[in-house]
Every structure is written in structure tokens, then in C-alpha cells.
Design a protein. Structure first.
Length: 251
């Protein structure tokens, strides 16, 4: 199964039970990585790992909640015990319920920040010391094109995704001396199962019309850029945000 760009490397992917995270895990495994799949959706995480294993890849699934560092620590420990290294961390876990700002409660605001921002803090805090000791590592944080465009009924979500970009830039400054690369990706409207509960086909078609590329963006599009950032081909870059949205937003 391995195609070689990540042969023998170890990658942790949060929110990898489905969608973008599952696409990243699958592509990384196809390129020879040992992939650790983290998600609160246990059935989905297990199914993703088993599909990778059935194709000859190396994958391990864990019931892990990015809001709780005590549930993440065993995954880090398992990766280090089995392989002695962690080469890449993909902070992909995120939630995006829609709600108007006037109806939004402080509790709903906090719930988004706990997953989308603090979850990245927890996972990175656990993995980074091992990367510093090895003087090697790649961290990719998944933000959103909505930070570039703005969108109604997503103030809490967009604020969290802007924080992800700020986190990326600041951490890249600190970690450069340790040869650790920290970058972000802003996906556009990605064709995943979850979007069916959030948008109509007409709304999705309207987005494609605004893109330069007249097709839906799929998880593999995001995974390919993530692979580029983690395999060595993008090692002249850190602190950057790569927009993968078919040319919907430009900056």
C-alpha cells in the first residue's frame, strides 16, 4: 500500500473518524505512515482504521476527546511506546453548529472554543516536547476559509478558526529554532457527509459557481496539501496558511 513519501513516519490525526480527517489518515497511510486515528466517534474511528488496515496500511484507532488531555495522553504514550517517535500532528477535530449571534449563549460560544481552539492546545502541548527533543516535527492545524470570507450564523466558529491561524503563526515563531514546522490549511466547502445536515444542494451549488474551479472540493484535496506540508517537500515553509477552496477566496 505504501507509496513512500511518509514511509515509517508516525502521524496523529484528530477528528479522523470521517470527512477531512479520514481522508488525511487514509492518504498518509498510503504513503507509508503509521496513522493514529483519534475521535470521540468510536465506531467511525474504528471503521476508518479497519479500512486502512484492509488496504495494507498501518492504522490504530482511539476514543479520544480533544477537550480532555487525559484522553489524549494515552494515544501519545502508545505511539511513543510502539514506534519511539511522533513525526506529524494534524489538528483537524472541529465542530461548526450554526446559530445567530443574537441567539448565541456564552455556553455555546465556549463549547466551540473548547473543541476548535483549546483542543489544539491540548494535543499540541502533549506532542510538542517529543518533537523538540528530536529536533524534528510537522504540525498542521485545520482552520477554515470562512475566516477569510466571513459568514452569517457562524460568529463563534469563525472566531475560533481565526484563533487557529494566530496560534499557528505564533507557535511557528517559537518552534523554528527546534526545526519544527507549524502550518495551517483553510479548507473551503468540502464535500463530506456532515454537510447534508447544514446546507441544501442549492446552497452548495451556489458556492461552486463562485469558485474558479467548477467542482466540489473533496477531502483528498485537503489531504494532498497536508501531505505536502508533512513529507519534506514543504520544509521551506512554516507559519503559513494554505487556502484549499477551489479559488473561492483569494488573499
Amino acid at each position: 500500500m505504501a507509496e513512500g513519501l511518509l514511509s515509517g513516519r508516525v502521524a496523529l490525526v484528530t477528528g479522523a473518524a470521517s470527512g477531512i480527517g479520514a481522508g488525511i489518515a487514509d492518504l498518509f497511510a498510503r504513503h507509508g505512515a503509521h496513522v493514529f486515528i483519534l475521535d470521540v466517534n468510536v465506531a467511525g474511528a474504528k471503521a476508518t482504521a479497519e479500512a486502512i488496515q484492509a488496504s495494507g496500511g498501518s492504522a490504530f484507532w482511539f476514543d479520544a476527546d480533544v477537550r480532555r488531555p487525559e484522553s489524549l495522553a494515552p494515544v501519545v504514550d502508545a505511539a511513543l511506546a510502539r514506534f519511539g517517535r511522533i513525526d506529524a500532528l494534524i489538528n483537524n477535530a472541529g465542530v461548526y453548529p450554526r446559530r445567530s449571534f443574537l441567539e448565541m449563549t456564552a455556553e455555546q460560544w465556549d463549547a466551540i472554543q473548547d473543541v476548535n481552539v483549546k483542543g489544539i492546545f491540548h494535543a499540541t502541548k502533549l506532542v510538542l516536547p517529543h518533537m523538540v527533543r528530536r529536533r524534528s516535527g510537522h504540525i498542521v492545524n485545520i482552520s477554515s476559509v470562512t475566516f477569510l470570507r466571513g459568514s452569517t450564523n457562524l460568529t463563534h466558529y469563525i472566531a475560533s478558526k481565526g484563533a487557529v491561524i494566530g496560534f499557528t503563526r505564533a507557535l511557528a515563531r517559537e518552534m523554528g529554532e527546534h526545526n519544527i514546522h507549524v502550518n495551517a490549511i483553510t479548507p473551503g466547502a468540502v464535500e463530506v457527509e456532515a454537510e447534508k445536515a447544514l446546507a441544501t444542494q442549492e446552497q452548495l451549488d451556489a458556492i461552486v459557481v463562485q469558485q474558479c474551479l467548477q467542482r466540489r472540493i473533496v477531502p483528498l484535496d485537503i489531504a494532498n496539501v497536508c501531505l505536502f506540508l508533512c513529507c519534506g517537500l514543504g520544509d521551506g515553509m512554516t507559519g503559513q496558511t494554505l487556502n484549499v477552496d477551489g479559488g473561492w477566496a483569494m488573499y
